[in-house]
Design a protein around this ligand. Structure first.
Ligand code: ARG
Length: 476
């Protein structure tokens, strides 16, 4: 059990606990309250300890500290990691942040050697590397979760490649499409989100450790070694930029916001589709909630919450962009405000993707309701116009007009286009013959849409196969 806490000190000799001889008194309570970040940056403990272990090993390899001191430091840091994981570590606001909480405890555990760890380093590059590792890991996790969501959609797309539903524009029935095709639209969206995250990861894959406070250091450090130890491709190239850059967090939040926007659109469709009026899909019991007063209700609460989470994720992006705007180089304490928004957005995005994956995988499709709706609203009026263009060489604009008259006639009779008699069509335009009935059904309509990217069932199968192969090739 750690006896750390308010009694814990850094090895700074006399005077103020953390800042040494220069300060005669400790901070005001309000100063401490506004300054401390330990309540949230403790989330970075694993990354902080990994960074310190790599730094200590590097210092020993370079002959800056002894191998014996480095071993003590590494062992002490491992002990601290287990204390934190066991919940026995006592975090102290007096020690401000995760970096100083860890270092102070290290001093308690190993004594003088702990004071050598901070050689050739500053909290500025320390926090930059800790946070970067965390964001990188979270971006990779989101990519993996998005793959699961995509796979749920691929399963649904293949199962429903031939299930006809109405396609909408303006949420008005437009043309028949297949549910499989609709699912594949989301595959495209979430695949772009994965690609955006991968792209951001590539750019953030540079290690800022060793930039020290802002100017680099006079010690003969090996930044390539620490970069490699911590899983980065290479070290950053400019010490000022290294400690002042938060692009990695802004890029993560940008990708997260776009992804959350996609999720909100899917959520909205699920809300609409699962109403008794639409009844296109039924959410499983696992992903539905009831009402405390209305026993018939099956509410899509998870979808609604996913729709809402977009607000806080977009908010996090705006918050961080606003914190960073106008900051002079290099580090400013403003940047301590970078973390909470990112932590909140990341956690909620993770939850939203998981919830959507569960909902999509579990939902059942009501193919009959979809087909019925697909046939209403004169959804094959374009097919009639296209038929006139193809079979009677009518210019499209004129064909559009003729088809519109057929819709008006059917509407006045309260029937569908396919329910009109051949004489009705001939009365509108003599060039129409009985072959027109071949294109008026919703199945024929979707089957005819074979242009690349079109909704025809064969295209849906081909696209699903394309994505399965591509995902397999992408590794993670
Ligand atoms: N807690 C600080 C942060 O999150 C760590 C860096 C502090 N650096 C400093 N020069 N005060 O940004």
């Amino acid at each position: 059990m750690s006896k750390a806490g308010s009694g814990k000190t850094l090895q700074t000799g006399l005077g103020n606990k953390m800042w040494g001889g220069r300060f005669a008194s400790g901070p005001d309570a309000i100063m401490e309250a506004i300054n401390a970040s330990i309540d949230f940056d403790r989330k970075l403990y694993a990354q902080d300890i990994a960074g310190s272990k790599a730094h200590a090993r590097m210092l020993a390899r370079q002959g800056i500290i002894t191998a014996g001191d480095a071993d003590k430091i590494v062992q002490g840091l491992d002990t601290i990691a287990s204390e934190i994981e066991a919940g026995s570590f006592e975090f102290s606001a007096k020690l401000e942040d995760i970096h100083m909480n860890v270092e102070a405890r290290l001093a308690e555990l190993i004594g003088e050697a702990a004071g050598r760890l901070h050689t050739a380093r500053s909290r500025n590059d320390q926090v930059a590397v800790d946070f970067r590792i965390w964001v990188k890991q979270q971006a990779a996790l989101c990519r993996a979760l998005l793959r699961e969501l995509i796979e749920a959609f691929l399963d649904k797309a293949e199962a429903h490649a031939e299930t006809v539903m109405p396609g909408f524009t303006h949420l008005q029935t437009a043309q028949p499409v297949t549910f499989g095709h609709h699912c594949m639209a989301y595959v495209e969206m979430f695949a772009r989100d994965r690609a955006r995250l991968a792209d951001a990861i590539t750019r953030m894959d540079e290690c800022p450790l060793g930039a020290a406070a802002l100017a680099g250091t006079g010690f003969d450090i090996d930044r390539g070694f620490t970069a490699h130890e911590l899983g980065f491709r290479e070290p950053t190239r400019n010490s000022l930029d290294s400690v002042s850059d938060r692009d990695f967090a802004m890029e993560f939040l940008t990708s997260a916001s776009i992804c959350a926007t996609h999720l909100s659109r899917l959520a909205e469709e699920i809300v609409i589709w699962s109403t008794p009026q639409f009844a296109f899909v039924r959410l499983s019991d696992k992903f539905s909630t009831g009402s405390s007063i209305m026993p018939q209700k099956r509410n899509p609460d998870a979808a609604e919450l996913v729709r809402a989470k977009t607000g806080r994720i977009n908010g996090a992006l705006v918050a961080l962009m606003t914190v960073m705007k106008g900051l002079p180089l290099a580090y400013s304490k403003d940047m301590q405000e970078d973390k909470e928004a990112v932590f909140d957005a990341a956690g909620n995005l993770e939850l939203a993707i998981r919830a959507m994956t569960g909902m999509v995988a579990d939902l059942t499709v009501n193919a009959e309701a979809m087909k019925l709706a697909a046939g209403s609203g004169y959804s094959t009026a374009t097919d009639l116009a296209d038929w006139l263009v193809r079979e009677a060489n009518v210019p499209f604009r004129e064909a559009h007009y003729i088809s519109g008259r057929a819709v008006a006639l059917a509407e006045s009779r309260g029937c569908g286009l396919a329910d009109l008699a051949l004489e009705d069509f001939k009365g509108i335009d003599a060039r129409i013959d009985e072959r027109v009935f071949d294109v008026l059904s919703v199945e024929k309509s979707v089957a005819s849409r074979t242009s690349f990217g079109g909704t025809a069932p064969q295209n849906v199968f081909a696209q699903a196969q394309y994505w399965r192969k591509r995902l397999a090739g992408e590794g993670e």
